[in-house]
Design a binder for this molecule. Structure first.
Ligand SMILES: C=CC1=C(C)c2cc3[nH]c(cc4nc(cc5[nH]c(cc1n2)c(C)c5CCC(=O)O)C(CCC(=O)O)=C4C)c(C)c3C=C
Ligand SMILES: [Fe+2]
Ligand SMILES: [Fe+2]
Length: 347
């Protein structure tokens, strides 16, 4: 059998909540041409001259609200997932961040230190849904670091798992206990994307955001359609838990800049919902498998304030899967199926 290693890939966080570290992180993140996809010089002027310097102090304050003794929640929870998974798989597991630390190269080198005759690495981008700015950049970065260092081991990737039954089961079971309370709506809030990115990722050039109900009509575009994949996760969870259609909400959070992003915007919905009679809200963020700034600060703190201020009465946030044993089971099943010759979960 091949000598293997596994890498859990997540987005990454600043090294600390100091403004200089947050600025450095924002620069690395937003200078990624798959995130801010403007021509290099325009991107450099916008990100280096405006966004990173102006946003860093505000983001640093937000990070301070959620930072833990061990560091950023996203990185700490990804490490905890590594520790939870390791006992169930034969191959060593490392973690890597697309931006910041630990880097992809560190992860490869850690695996090589443990397995000098490493033949194959399976990278698992921890994003259920495909987006150029999350899944695709993680994959392309992993390939670029692999090529630059002339590593000889083979590199494979787990594909977006938005509809995979073990993942859906884990997510549904994590939601189920919260549905025992009285609620008016359960809002599935996904990280947003510029609408332009959706059209850019459409290989047909004529489907996404161009056809009525584009995400609900069959199309080859769905393999790279973020909105379709978010919609599918929502439908599968609502079906598994038999949540009535009128109690399911769907929105997109974390907008940046002036372009139009996917709608409806979560922040706007949180202001509108109480006026529509939704006083008791349950909210979750299935675009993330690990809690992070966007779930702990934007949704659990700011979002709650917005909703209650608009007249809402109760606001329950469902945590991300983090180290949920069923989620660990899902990852274990994919890795063990692969070790037994199945390539179903590979890109
Ligand atoms: C679900 C995956 C993600 C997609 C898609 C995504 C797109 C995207 N993000 C920005 C800008 C920012 N995102 C920020 C934080 C952040 N984003 C994701 C995931 C996705 N982003 C995560 C997990 C996090 C949290 C990181 C953490 O340390 O906890 C930030 C930084 C924080 C802030 O200043 O608000 C920015 C900026 C864009 C522009 C984009 C698509 C074009
Ligand atoms: Fe983001
Ligand atoms: Fe679509």
């Amino acid at each position: 059998m091949a000598t293997r290693g596994i890498i859990l890939m997540n987005l990454g966080s600043p090294d600390s909540t100091e403004v200089k570290d947050v600025r450095k992180y924002l620069l690395e993140f937003l200078m990624d041409g798959r995130v801010i996809d403007y021509p290099y010089l325009a991107r450099l002027l916008l990100v280096g001259g405006i966004i990173a310097p102006l946003r860093a102090p505000k983001s640093a304050e937000a990070y301070k609200k959620v930072w833990t003794k061990e560091g950023s929640p996203l990185v700490v929870l990804t490490k905890q997932l590594q520790q939870a998974l390791q006992p169930f798989v034969a191959a060593p597991v490392e973690i890597a961040m697309r931006y910041g630390n630990p880097s992809m190269q560190q992860a490869y080198d850690n695996l090589l230190a443990k397995v000098p005759d490493l033949e194959e690495v399976i990278a698992i981008p921890l994003y259920p849904h495909y987006a150029m700015s999350s899944y695709e950049t993680a994959v392309e970065h992993a390939k670029a670091v692999h090529a630059k260092n002339k590593y000889t081991f083979k590199l494979d990737f787990v594909k977006p798992f938005y509809s995979e039954p073990n993942y859906i089961h884990a997510l549904a079971e994590s939601i189920q206990p919260h549905l025992q309370q009285e609620y008016d709506q359960i809002l599935f809030s996904y990280h947003g994307l510029p609408q332009r990115h959706m059209k850019k990722a459409d290989p047909t050039g004529c489907h996404c955001l161009k056809v009525d109900n584009c995400c609900e009509v069959a199309s080859p575009a769905h393999a790279t359609c973020y909105r379709h994949q978010c919609w599918t996760t929502t439908q599968l969870i609502a079906g598994a838990l038999q949540i009535p259609k009128e109690k399911v909400g769907f929105s997109f959070q974390s907008r940046l800049g002036r372009e139009e992003w996917l709608k409806p915007y979560t922040a706007k919905r949180l202001e509108e919902l109480p006026g529509e009679g939704v006083k008791k809200l349950i909210i979750l963020c299935p675009a993330f498998v690990s809690d992070c700034l966007e779930t702990l600060e934007e949704i659990a703190m700011e979002g709650k304030e917005e909703f209650l201020h608009a007249g809402g009465e109760s606001y329950t946030v469902i945590p991300c899967l983090n180290t949920n044993p069923l989620w660990v089971n899902a990852l274990t099943a994919w890795m063990n199926d692969y070790a037994n010759g199945s390539t179903t979960m590979l890109l």
